[in-house]
Write a protein that binds this ligand. Sequence first.
Ligand SMILES: [Ca+2]
Ligand SMILES: [Ca+2]
Length: 383
Amino acid sequence: MTAAPPMIPPASQPPRNTRRPQRVLPALPFLHLLLPILLAAFPTHTPLASTPETTPTPDPSKPDVLLVVGAPGEPEFGTNFLQQAELWRQACQTASANLTVIGLLPQDPTPLTNDLQLLRSTLHDLPRDGGDAWVVLVGHGTFDGREARFNLRGPDVTASNLVEWLQPLKRRVIIVNTASASAPFLKPLSATNRIVITATRSGNEINFTRFGSRFAQAIQQPAADLDQDGQTSLLEAFLSASFQVAEFYKTEGRLATEHALIDDNGDGLGTPADWFRGLRPVKRPRDNAALDGLRAHQVHLIPSPAENQLPAPIRTRRDALEIEIAELRDRKSSMDEDLYYAELEQRLRTLARLYFPESRPSSPPTVTPTNAPTADPKPTPMP
Ligand SMILES: [Ca+2]
Ligand SMILES: [Ca+2]
């Protein structure tokens, strides 16, 4: 572990340009081929934007994914956002997730309901309890020095709006804001049982972001499965997308104008991807704040078959034990060695019993542990 600056503050000064991103995507030569596919994926037969597009029969055992597509501003951005939306639709279809999309259906020229009201009512209607609820924002964002906004068609949504509207939810909520100037969303939305990802590390990063499209690909790509357990976790998707973004700017010979953050421990401080080597953080904040990543590595939009077989109560207990073990390891240097190994062994035994119940010692395991922490090798005394 090496010393490093304190973790990233959520926002700083106002951007000079609060409305339009500076860079413009190149027009896609195959747009005329792509549009019919995209239009088929997001049917436009509903004449008004008074209802979001939703999965016909929501399955309460599956995650709810609310995809909010913002105002494109320029046609080139609209094409990019449509591509991202299509990637999310594919991912949600694979995951059998309950997808709701806001921002793609044509708007009523004299709207009684705009996208902001639609977003509010959709969040209000989400079940308070249950599996994961994802809120994914694809579009442009702005920050005026006090309030961060995500640009919708019509009135924009602020971080404060989302704080208020998400407050009633007791279930785990995952917020992925892929917009420019999205960092100021992180601190106010941070909470226990929440994971917040932003595409930028400050409100000053106002250029069009590449993170969203990389993330929408990574969340369903086996290539992003860093620990090779057959499923791509939220942390793995965050890391993979972040490194692809860094590679993009490096290859283009440009200064990177976006640096994504993740917060999954509810302390309002985001951790950047370059603090990780593989899945383990290799830097520590100076103020000894807790690092992020453990909880995000337990979230999978598309779980492996083995993970799917695990009953929900067992999964919850397993996840809690993994966090306990990681936190114990964090305290190792300040603990009596024998006490440390005794406590570690006790937790690992409990963890093993979840996969191999003692009541059926001769039975084959019903699931294969794919993500379980391993015991630290106890040091051999020097002769
Ligand atoms: Ca994995
Ligand atoms: Ca944090």
